[in-house]
Design a binder for this molecule. Structure first.
Ligand SMILES: [Zn+2]
Length: 429
C-alpha cells in the first residue's frame, strides 16, 4: 500500500458517531476504511502513513443529510423551480452537491429531484469521480395527486415544479416504474399536504391506499425505497401500512401513529425537517415572503405538535434524523447542519445524541451495508476534523471554516488546515 493510502490522525478527540462518550486517541485510515482506533497515544504505528496531528481537534464521522434537495434552487416560490432550463439546472445541482460536501455532509439522501433526471445524473457523475460531491441516494420528483403538494398547474396554463402528477393506482404504478427505469434509488410520494398548499393542508390525506400500495409494490419488487411526505396522522399510518421506510415530517401524529411508528422502529426512519418549519415561521418574513396569518398560525400549531411528537418518538427509540428541507430562499442549501441545533433546542437531544442521529442513524439510512457513519474498525472512512468540540456545542458544525479537514471514502476533499494540523508524510518507524 502506498503512503497516500494510509492516514493516521493523532492527537484527536474522537466522537465515534455511535453514541459513546468522546475520548482522546488516534485513528488510522487505510484505503477507504478505518483500520485502527486507539484510546492511547502513540500505539498505532505510523509506518508509511501520512500523519495528521489534530492538536486536540475533534475527529468525527461525516454528516448525513436525510432530507436533501440538491436540485432545489433556493427560490421563493415552487413555480420558479420549474422555470429553470434543464441545462442550467444541472449545473446548479452540481454546485449544490459540492457545497453540501464543503459543509461536512459526506452523505445525502435526496428527498426529491426538481426535474426527472437531475438527481440521477448528478449521483452517477459523483460515483464516476467526474465531479466532487457526497455519497448520494437519488430520488424521483415528488409523485403527487392532482391538487396535491407540487401540483402547481393552473386551470388555464401549465406550470411545473418538483412534482409529477398522477391519479389512481395505475398511474402511480406507471410513474414509479418509469423512475425505476431511469435509475432512482428512492421513489418520493406526497400522501399528505402542507400548510401553504391551498387545497391540501398538512392535516389532509390526499392519496389513497391503492395509490400508496402501487408505488410500494413497484419499490419492493426492484429493491428500491419509498419516501413519503406525511404530515397528517392518517398519511403516516397509510405509509406504514404499505411498507414505506422513510417517513418525512410526521408532524401531526396521534397516539395510534406514534404506536405504529414504534412498532416499525427497526425498519423506518423519521425525518421531521424541522429546519424548514422553523425558518418559514420565524424568518421567511425577512425575505419578503409574508405568509397569511392563518397559515402562520397553523404552522405554529404544527411545530408545537411536531416537538411533542418527536420527544415521544425519541423516548420510544424511533430513529429521528436531521435533514431540514434546505433549498428555499429563506432556508438555503448549505445551512443544513443547523438541523442538529434544532434537535438540541427543540427536541431535547443532547449534542451527542444529535450527532449520533446524523452519523450512525444517517449511515444506516444510506444503504451501504451498515458500514457507514461511525468511527469503527472496518467502517468507511468519511471523516471530519473539527476545530472545537461539537459534543458541547453542536452549532459549531454550521461554520465551514471550523471543518479543518473533510475526508470522503478515505480521500481528503479538504486537506487539514495548516494551523491546527501539521500533515507530513512519515518514513517507517
Ligand atoms: Zn422536501
Amino acid at each position: 500500500m502506498s503512503a497516500s493510502d494510509r492516514v493516521l490522525f493523532r492527537n484527536v478527540r474522537v466522537i465515534d458517531g455511535g453514541g459513546k462518550a468522546p475520548f482522546s486517541g488516534e485513528v488510522l485510515v487505510a484505503g477507504n476504511r478505518i483500520e485502527a482506533v486507539s484510546r492511547r497515544a502513540g500505539t498505532i504505528a505510523a509506518a508509511n502513513a501520512e500523519v495528521v496531528d489534530g492538536d486536540g481537534a475533534t475527529l468525527m464521522p461525516g454528516l448525513v443529510e436525510a432530507h436533501a434537495h440538491p436540485s432545489f434552487a433556493n427560490t421563493s416560490t415552487l413555480e420558479a423551480l420549474g422555470d429553470i432550463p434543464p441545462e442550467e439546472h444541472t449545473l446548479l445541482t452540481m454546485k449544490h452537491v459540492r457545497l453540501l460536501l464543503d459543509h461536512g455532509f459526506t452523505s445525502i439522501s435526496s428527498a426529491a429531484a426538481a426535474k426527472p433526471r437531475l438527481d440521477i445524473v448528478i449521483r452517477n457523475a459523483i460515483r464516476a469521480g467526474d465531479i466532487p460531491g457526497p455519497r448520494m441516494l437519488a430520488a424521483s420528483p415528488e409523485i403527487t395527486p392532482t391538487s396535491g403538494l407540487g401540483d402547481v398547474r393552473l386551470h388555464h396554463m401549465h406550470r411545473d415544479t418538483f412534482a409529477v402528477v398522477a391519479d389512481g393506482a395505475d398511474e402511480f404504478r406507471r410513474v414509479a416504474r418509469h423512475f425505476v427505469r431511469e435509475g432512482v434509488d428512492t421513489l418520493k410520494i406526497n400522501p399528505s399536504g402542507d400548510e401553504f398548499v391551498p387545497h391540501a393542508r398538512a392535516r389532509h390525506t390526499v392519496m389513497n391506499d391503492d395509490e400508496v400500495a402501487a408505488v410500494c409494490e413497484v419499490a419492493r419488487s426492484r429493491d428500491k425505497r419509498v419516501a413519503a411526505h406525511a404530515r397528517s396522522a392518517e398519511s403516516v399510518k397509510m405509509a406504514l401500512r404499505h411498507g414505506v421506510e422513510i417517513i418525512f415530517h410526521a408532524t401531526l401524529c396521534d397516539e395510534e401513529a406514534l404506536d405504529q411508528l414504534e412498532a416499525a422502529k427497526d425498519r423506518v426512519f423519521v425525518a421531521p425537517t424541522v429546519g424548514v418549519t422553523w425558518s418559514t415561521l420565524k424568518e421567511a418574513g425577512d425575505y419578503g415572503i409574508p405568509l397569511p396569518a392563518d397559515v402562520l398560525h397553523a404552522l405554529e400549531v404544527e411545530l408545537e405538535a411536531a416537538v411533542a411528537g418527536m420527544k415521544a418518538l425519541k423516548k420510544r427509540g424511533v430513529r429521528i434524523l436531521p435533514g431540514g428541507d434546505y433549498g428555499f430562499a429563506w432556508n438555503p442549501i448549505g445551512r443544513n447542519a443547523r438541523d442538529l441545533e434544532h434537535f438540541v433546542r427543540l427536541f431535547g437531544f443532547t449534542p451527542l445524541e444529535a450527532i449520533t442521529a446524523a452519523t450512525r442513524h444517517g449511515g444506516e439510512l444510506m444503504m451501504q451495508g451498515g458500514e457507514l457513519g461511525q468511527i469503527r474498525i472496518g467502517y468507511l472512512a468519511d471523516l471530519l476534523l473539527v476545530d472545537g468540540d461539537p459534543s458541547r456545542d453542536v452549532s459549531i458544525l454550521q461554520d465551514r471554516d471550523r471543518l479543518l479537514a473533510i475526508m470522503l471514502d478515505g480521500r481528503f476533499h479538504k486537506r487539514p488546515h495548516p494551523r491546527a494540523a501539521a500533515a507530513r508524510p512519515m518514513a517507517a518507524e
